[in-house]
Write a protein that binds this ligand. Structure first.
Ligand code: ADP
Ligand code: MG
Ligand code: MG
Length: 524
């Protein structure tokens, strides 16, 4: 049953010439407009940096409920503020880190970097978040309600390409869909919302760049994108860079530096109490820039830290005067454990059975949100999430559900990781739990699986078409700049959206991980 796929939209194309024409239009528009990724090494073994390939994308914008879209956009600035406050609550985060660190060296190491910097004292109080809150639509009878999948505080990607996806679908709506054998006119398609995600995310970076101010050492200032080696999703990042550089009157200097090269090409200004972060461009040793903003599109996965010096690189950034996006505390605020705490009612520990709908009983959310309207609005977007500790009744009951071969079918188990491909679904949960010592189960959280109303669409991936049932995940970007000491919020904006769509047989939906595709919303 579906309330979204009324009529014949999106169409199921059977006619080969018609499909080929649409696919060709998409392929050409994509390359012509930088809606692209780098090819995998197997294709580009000796790539001289000259190859690009189209990003996976749906042939049609998927139908998405208008009210859900509006709700997700409207709540973003509240989410920004919530996560800014969590980032400021070191004691609270420290307590959660303690709960997961036993089974999670990566989180423990991040926390230790924070402690080292705290000991010598932070020299930068401003913190910048380029966030993305992800949702799926949950159907309960006739009611459609967004439910949060996760909240990303580090390296939230696809803002650059998402703006292009919206433009591509608008182009097809004008030029190609009206030529189909069963034509779709632009007017019958209705509302294809504008999406300025690249521009708005760049706006967040620019706000931090301006707030940093001029170099007191007399250097030109810059924004440094700190990236992964061999990044294939480079154009997504490039679109943000170009947006920062494009102003005729006030262009911002932007550089890219692999995280593995941070210690080779940056330094802390010698004999300056300000601990300014200096960037020395490798191509011209006579140049020195002062880094106003260090924007991490890396350093979120253990594989980014192959050696002890990787941790020294992260330490160098954190202790510097650069505004780091995100700081360690903001990175840790994005732990799934935090999301679970916010969603788990405090009363749960005593008397609520896992599997019941989350009630409005006080949760950790109360610690951060005091006005009733904001509390209710945020709380509505939560689904049930449980700890897997051995102490609370909720944790113990969740352990029973996670190890039961039938009950586990309704859940996904998540570690404190980012970037896709880390979760355990349904039957894989008990299997995974058997592999790890029981005292480390608390490093994971258990979350109910959200099953959105079915939608059909066709995905164009690697030149091939995949037609069938799909699941859509909406992401809303947010940019926020705040003072860690005073709590003052300097900039707080909703910053555009992302729609990702995957085949309904796939558990994971990451585009970069090869499971999902880019999409945009047709509001219904
Ligand atoms: P990551 O930080 O690695 O992206 P996510 O929590 O977003 O981790 O999980 C990855 C993917 O798994 C999501 O994009 C979504 O497709 C799927 N997923 C995660 N949680 C749920 C859930 N509660 N219900 C349905 N699907 C989920
Ligand atoms: Mg994530
Ligand atoms: Mg995700």
């Amino acid at each position: 049953m579906s309330t979204l796929t009324g009529g014949s939209y999106p169409p199921h194309l059977d006619d080969a010439p018609e499909k080929d024409r649409l696919a060709l239009a998409i392929k050409d528009w994509s390359i012509a407009n930088g809606f692209a990724v780098r090819p995998p090494p197997a294709i580009a073994s000796n790539d001289a940096g000259i190859l690009a390939m189209t990003a996976p994308v749906t042939l049609f914008p998927s139908p998405f409920p208008k009210s859900c879209f509006a709700e997700a956009k409207a709540i973003q600035t509240k989410y920004n503020e919530l996560y800014a406050r969590i980032s400021q609550d070191e004691e609270y985060l420290g307590g959660l880190v303690k709960q997961v660190a036993g089974g999670d060296d990566f989180i423990a190491n991040l926390w230790n970097i924070h402690l080292r910097v705290k000991e010598e004292g932070y020299v930068q109080n401003l913190a910048l978040g380029l966030f993305r809150s992800d949702y799926m639509v949950h159907q309960d009878g006739d009611t459609l309600q967004i439910k949060q999948v996760e909240f990303n505080t580090i390296a939230s990607s696809f803002g650059g390409l998402s703006e292009k996806t919206s433009l591509l679908h608008k182009h097809l709506a004008k030029v190609e869909y009206p030529l189909l054998k069963e034509p779709i006119s632009r007017s019958s398609l209705g509302d294809l919302p504008d999406n300025k995600s690249a521009e708005r995310l760049a706006g967040g970076l620019a706000a931090a760049f301006r707030a940093y101010g001029k170099s007191t050492l007399g250097h030109p200032t810059c924004v440094l994108f700190i990236v992964q080696d061999g990044e294939r999703n480079i154009f997504d990042q490039r679109h943000l860079e170009y947006a920062l550089q494009s102003s005729d009157t006030d262009p911002i200097a932007v550089f890219r530096l692999p995280f593995s090269q941070v210690l080779n090409h940056t330094s802390i200004a010698p004999s300056s109490p300000g601990r300014q972060l200096l960037y020395h461009p490798p191509h011209n040793p006579s140049l020195t820039f002062e880094v106003a903003v260090a924007y991490l599109r890396s350093a979120y996965d253990p594989s980014d830290f192959p050696t002890a010096s990787s941790w020294e690189a992260r330490y160098q950034l954190e202790r510097s005067a650069a505004i780091v996006c995100p700081t360690i505390l903001t990175h840790l605020a994005g732990m799934k454990k935090v999301q679970q705490e916010l969603a788990t009612p405090a009363a749960h520990a005593q008397d609520q059975e896992p599997g019941e709908q989350a009630t409005t009983a006080p949760s950790a959310l109360r610690r951060f949100i005091h006005d009733e309207a904001s509390y209710t609005a945020l709380h509505r977007t939560f689904t049930n999430i449980y700890p897997l500790d051995a102490i609370t009744p909720a944790g113990r009951e969740a352990r029973r559900l996670a190890t039961d071969p039938d009950a586990c079918q309704r859940y996904v188990m998540k570690p404190q990781r980012e970037g896709g491909g880390n979760n355990f679904y349904r039957s894989a949960i008990p299997q995974r739990l058997r592999e790890i010592p029981e005292e480390h189960w608390g490093s994971y959280i258990l979350m109910e699986i959200i099953t959105p109303p079915p939608v059909a669409n066709t995905i164009l991936r690697n030149g091939a078409l995949e037609q069938g049932g799909v699941i859509c995940e909406l992401g809303v970007y947010g940019t926020c700049l705040w003072d860690q000491k005073t709590g003052e919020v300097v900039h707080n904006e909703e910053s555009g959206y992302l729609l990702r769509t995957k085949g309904d047989q796939s558990e994971e939906g990451g585009v970069a991980a090869g499971f999902g595709s880019m999409d945009s919303c047709r509001l219904v």
